[in-house]
Design a protein around this ligand. Structure first.
Ligand code: NDP
Ligand code: ZN
Length: 180
């Protein structure tokens, strides 16, 4: 197989930028969506000490299949089997009802690969911080609280993959009265 390096990482960042171009986050300022996948990749590097390139590529691509017109086959063609498999592992089945998808995240978390677990930890950490920074329009405090409790359950199934990320998650949650 062709070696995967910086060139492929840069290509994946650009791919995610193009795919998420028209999307915005749910915060009041409607931040460009791409801030999130790049931020998740940055949390892995900066806070988790993760430098494995397929993992960082999986991070920046983690919401492309779930939230854009990107197909799993497109990821396979562009980035190869390892990255495609990681992205598949962090993608919810959109044909299922929302509540079922949320339940499955909790159930399936412990069975993910190490690389997928790292991405999921960083994803939850980013989203929890985003919620603490600013409540999305239309969200009640109750809904924010429910989200924190659900995220904490998902992350319980990811424990053992990165102590630093797990510690930062614990801090974010405990600052908001949720045990982890
Ligand atoms: P959503 O799943 O709708 O939203 C959370 C997700 O939005 C995050 O996981 C993140 O996903 C993305 N996101 C985008 N912008 C932000 C941001 N600024 N901060 C944080 N996350 C952001 O929310 P819920 O988890 O509440 O799930 C919806 C469920 O809740 C449904 O089942 C719905 O029926 C129910 N619901 C509950 C209400 C309540 O008051 N409890 C009210 C309305 C609905 P990503 O990483 O993919 O970007
Ligand atoms: Zn995400």
């Amino acid at each position: 197989a062709k070696a995967i390096g910086i060139k492929e990482l840069v290509k994946s960042i650009n791919f995610a930028c193009v795919k998420h171009t028209d999307q915005r986050r749910k915060d009041v300022n409607k931040t460009p969506y791409i801030n999130h996948p790049i931020g998740v990749m940055n949390i892995l590097c900066e806070e988790g000490g993760v430098t494995d390139i397929p993992t960082l590529m999986g991070a920046v691509l983690h919401d492309t299949v779930e939230d854009t017109d990107t197909s799993p086959d497109e990821i396979l063609q562009e980035f190869g089997e390892e990255v495609a498999s990681i992205v598949k592992e962090v993608t919810d089945d959109k044909s299922l009802p929302k509540a079922e998808r949320k339940r499955l995240q909790v159930v399936n978390a412990p069975h993910k690969s190490k690389k997928a677990k790292l991405i999921k930890l960083a994803d939850k950490l980013y989203n929890l911080r985003d919620l603490s920074r600013e409540t999305p329009e239309g969200w009640t405090e109750e809904r924010v609280k429910e989200y924190r409790i659900w995220a904490s359950k998902v992350c319980t199934g990811l424990v053992g993959s990165n102590p630093m990320l797990e510690n930062n998650l614990k801090e974010e949650l405990s600052a908001n009265g949720v045990t982890f």
